[in-house]
Design a protein around this ligand. Sequence first.
Ligand code: HEC
Length: 147
Amino acid sequence: MKRVIAAAAILSTFAGSIALAQGKVPFPVKARQGQMATMAMSLGVLGGMAQGKTEYDAAAAQAAANSLAGIAMIDPDILWQDGTAEGTASLPAIWDDADAFAAEWAKFVAGAEKAVAEAGTGKDALGPILGAVGGTCKSCHTSFRAK
Ligand code: HEC
């Protein structure tokens, strides 16, 4: 997580200092928490269909998978910038063991790619997708998110 895009860092330092002065949550923290919420909602759409709470709808399943894939394209270095751990559920291990965190993120990316390829093909595809993507949520949270 040492590599930070200069322009983004300057922008967020600026935005962050304004935000802190106003007692608000810094941009990168807001962004990663919003990203996580969007991941949870997208997975929830697929989970609801898998459990039969909502009827399987290929277009809606594909749209939820596309949302996961869109998030998977966001560079985690932008979201977990140096100095943004305090007061959040992000554990210091994210920065101290950046390679392991990157490996967890890569598992999510692979799960999202599976979802994009298969979510629209039928209800039976959803179980394996939930296993692949949902497993990465749990696995990363175990090591890198405060309880
Ligand atoms: C590569 C690691 C990683 C993966 C993969 C991951 N998370 Fe997270 N998640 C985190 C971290 C770290 C936080 C704490 C963020 C913070 O507060 O700074 C978090 C926080 C959250 C939160 C709380 C957000 C808030 O408003 O505070 C939710 C909800 C969440 N994750 C859902 C998910 C779901 C659902 C998935 C899988 C689809 C997932 N996460 C995958 C690392 C991960």
